[in-house]
Design a protein around this ligand. Structure first.
Ligand SMILES: [Ca+2]
Ligand SMILES: [Ca+2]
Length: 414
């Protein structure tokens, strides 16, 4: 007798449950895909017996995007399913197959695709409250990357222990799902291949969001002569393509291997691929080389002369002399001269000796300096009155150079 029960299920419209739109930075979207053909109905003994069973689901059941399948769930059949808790020993493998769900080969090895992956292997305690919901859950230790555009999904289950309940199943011929099965977990030939299938719920997540590229350092400013940027993907077989001109990376873009070295401002855009499939969002990181650092020159001074973009203007370096007047920006800042005007810089214009008049004085007394040339008769007063602060006072007449024809006189002002 066939160990599968009879089916009473009518097909319904295929639909995937809970589809979350993709958005940059969105919270990881977890969706479920359920074969929608069944109201709770027929039963399967895939968990009940020691068996091997291949369920095949058509790619039309999945969203049109690459996903990771992370978990499968069963629900007890209303016909023989019971509440239970038991530890089962299972081997579950997923692959992308060219096989047609309802026309699987009876030779098990002919059905899986080349990317067959062991997603769970070992013992696992399963339980159900038999509420008709998908509460028998088998999370995968290795998520399976599945691109529905590449083929149908084959789920190869070997149950080495039995001990679970009868689970819900469908016998419809037009629901895009079928199976091959045989008693004995190590069977190589199926005793039957037909239109029936376990009603599974597949937990998936968007493959574009689960494996981001890591970039170090993150976007930011750098002041050193060069910056090293590393890209990594947690997918060991991923190839990272990148661009440095702001364009969107694709399979033709440069392939990342070693750390990238930059000496000037740059924008890195990168995306990880496995084969022809994008496996990450496009990552964008910008690095800005800045020339104004905490060197003592005020930001306001730099902005005054070099404008609002001064941070990335190489002319603003403290040791630079953009106007070529021999004074560095630091020297011009300290002297309050114009760093972009070659005629504006601090320097000694002239050195010349000047007459110095020195006299004995009394603190508090005021004095007036008079002078004339030898060939003049009138004395002229120069400067303001000088109030002595000690017993000796001097005055330097900086308006004159050394001139033997000059005569000075000092008089007390009453
Ligand atoms: Ca200068
Ligand atoms: Ca200057």
């Amino acid at each position: 007798m066939n160990f599968f029960l009879k089916y009473k299920i009518k097909a319904r419209v295929l639909a995937a449950a809970l589809f979350c739109p993709f958005g940059v930075g969105a919270i990881l979207a977890v969706e479920t895909v359920t074969l929608p053909s069944a109201a709770p109905g027929g039963g399967s003994s895939v968990l009940l017996n020691e068996i091997r069973l291949q369920d095949c689901y058509t790619n039309a059941l999945f969203p049109l995007k690459a996903v990771f399948i992370k978990e499968i769930r069963f629900r007890p059949s209303p016909q023989g399913g019971v509440a239970f808790t038991n530890t089962l020993t299972l081997d579950i493998r997923l692959s992308t197959t060219r096989a047609i769900p309802e026309k699987l080969s009876r030779t098990f090895s002919e059905n899986p695709g080349p990317d067959e992956t062991v997603v769970f292997q070992g013992s696992l305690e399963l339980s159900s409250k038999n509420l008709g919901v998908f509460d028998i859950q088998i999370p995968f230790t290795t998520p399976f990357y599945y691109n529905p555009s590449k083929g149908n999904l084959l789920i190869d289950i070997r149950n080495f222990s039995g001990g679970g309940p009868v689970v819900d199943a469908s016998g419809n011929g037009d629901d895009g799902a079928g199976r091959a099965f045989a008693l004995g977990a190590d069977s190589t030939e199926a005793s039957g291949a037909d239109e029936g299938v376990d009603i599974l719920q597949l937990v998936i997540s968007d493959a574009l969001r689960v494996e981001p590229i890591e970039i170090l350092p993150l976007s930011g400013d750098f002041t050193n002569s060069a910056i090293a940027v590393t890209l990594t993907s947690s997918l060991s077989n991923a190839v990272i393509h990148y661009t440095l001109d702001g364009s969107i990376p694709n399979l033709s873009s440069s392939v990342y291997s070693d750390a990238l070295q930059f000496t000037n401002s740059i924008t890195v855009r990168a995306q990880a691929y496995v084969g022809f499939d994008a496996m990450s969002e496009i990552l964008t990181s910008s690095y800005r080389k800045i020339y104004a650092i905490a060197d003592g020159i005020s930001a306001a001074w730099r902005q005054q002369y070099f404008g609002p973009g001064y941070l990335t203007d190489p002319r603003v370096v403290a040791e630079s002399d953009p106007d070529g007047d021999g004074a560095t920006n630091m020297e011009e800042f300290r002297a309050k001269t114009n760093p972009l005007d070659p005629l504006s810089f601090f320097r000694i214009l002239e050195i010349h000796p000047a007459p110095v008049i020195r006299w004995s004085s009394v603190s508090g007394v005021r004095y007036r300096i008079l002078k004339r040339h030898l060939n003049e008769t009138n004395w002229a007063s120069i400067g303001t009155l000088i109030r002595a602060t000690s017993n000796e006072t001097f005055f330097s007449d900086v308006t004159e150079k050394h001139n033997p024809s000059l005569i000075y006189q000092v008089e007390v002002v009453p």
